[in-house]
Design a protein around this ligand. Structure first.
Ligand SMILES: [Zn+2]
Ligand SMILES: [Zn+2]
Length: 358
């Protein structure tokens, strides 16, 4: 809780001006910077005492201040800090979503964007998947509610009493006008904080561990960025959350690879099937399929299975499955088989010893 000027001087709220003066003199002597060289906390304390005294010793300002205290106690200062909500956040250690306390000098600010690298298997990139990720995102400090200050060290501004602005009367050609300007004493802060927050050391930031379920659509490519809006860092003072950018990493597969939206794989067929054509079994990501092999297929011939590739992330239209043909030359042929091949060579007029023929 914010210390009142009375508490700072250690006098009751009913204290007379004489009592206030006496309390001030005693405290000021004890905490005077000259008596405590190099002690910054004594310096802060002295400033605090002096500020409290200057308001309370002046009957008109004291009246205004008492009025401010009364309104604050009755909860009629909606724009002022509510240390209650800050405490609620720190007590449950939860997310700062509800602590959207608006204060003078602390305008709403959007949370930071957060990058996260997510690795999925090649198969998951083909079918799409759902993942639960744990990611640490920054947000306002749990203790100081993102101000960076020790909230209990707040001393209300002696000029604007926490409002952060003052009304200035200006004489213009058309008459007297009231203008709202930022308070020159506290520069809109509503007061000053004598100490930084002990938890965040004034950085105003805390980290929040989040468990997020993400749907990865089918067809996601390696290096693609999936933007999850409002899942990044928490906003400050009621500002919106930033985004979480998932940088997708797709693992390589030993049997399959991707070119554009096409899915590639290869099969091995015997030279006989390559020449005569026929049918072959091919392992796809969905299972095993039987596909036709045209006659006179050569090494590297691409057999296309339409519509079995990756879905286009924009149009949803699927690429093809492209099966690359590799040809097996048997190593252990029988004498009889060799004889037939030699006969074939003779029929085709191929002399294997002639370097000019293929
Ligand atoms: Zn002020
Ligand atoms: Zn803090």
């Amino acid at each position: 809780m914010e210390k009142t000027y009375y508490e700072i001087l250690g006098v009751p709220e009913s204290a007379t001006t004489e009592e206030i003066k006496r309390a001030y003199r005693e405290l000021a002597m004890r905490h005077h910077p000259d008596k405590n060289p190099g002690d910054t906390s004594a310096n802060d304390r002295f400033r605090e005492i002096r500020q409290a005294f200057e308001v309370l010793v002046d009957p008109a300002r004291r009246q205004k201040y008492d009025n401010y205290l009364k309104m604050k106690r009755e909860g009629r200062l909606p724009h002022m800090q509510s240390s209650k909500s800050a405490e609620a956040v720190s007590a449950n250690g939860g997310t700062p979503q509800k602590a959207s306390v608006q204060r003078p000098g602390f305008p709403p600010r959007r949370g930071k964007d957060v990058d996260y690298e997510l690795t999925i298997s090649f198969k998951e990139s083909y079918f799409g998947t759902e993942k639960t990720i744990k990611v640490s995102v920054p947000g306002p400090c749990r203790v100081c509610n993102g101000t960076g200050y020790d909230l209990s060290s707040f001393v209300v501004c002696p000029t604007c009493f926490g409002a952060g602005y003052v009304i200035q009367t200006v004489q213009t050609a058309s008459g007297v006008q009231n203008k709202t300007i930022t308070c020159p004493t506290c520069r809109g802060m509503g007061g000053n904080y004598l100490r930084k927050c002990a938890r965040c050391k004034g950085t105003a930031t805390d980290m929040y561990l989040e468990k997020i379920k993400v749907k990865i659509p089918a067809g996601v490519e390696n290096g693609a960025i999936i933007k999850l809006t409002n899942k990044g860092g928490y906003g400050y003072f009621g500002g919106p959350r930033g985004d979480l950018n998932l940088k997708m990493k797709v693992e390589k597969d030993e049997e399959f690879w991707r070119v554009g939206n096409n899915l590639h794989t290869k099969i091995v067929i015997s030279f006989v099937k390559a020449i005569l054509g026929g049918r072959a079994k091919v392992k796809t990501l969905k299972g095993v399929e039987t596909i036709p092999v045209p006659e006179f297929s050569t090494l590297g011939t691409e057999l296309i299975v339409e519509g079995e590739g990756f879905p286009d992330p924009v149009t949803g239209e699927r690429g093809d499955l492209i099966v690359e043909v590799n040809i097996d030359i048997p190593e252990n042929l029988s004498d009889k088989e060799i004889e037939i091949i030699e006969k074939f060579a003779e029929m085709a007029g191929i002399d294997p010893m002639d370097p000019e023929v293929l």
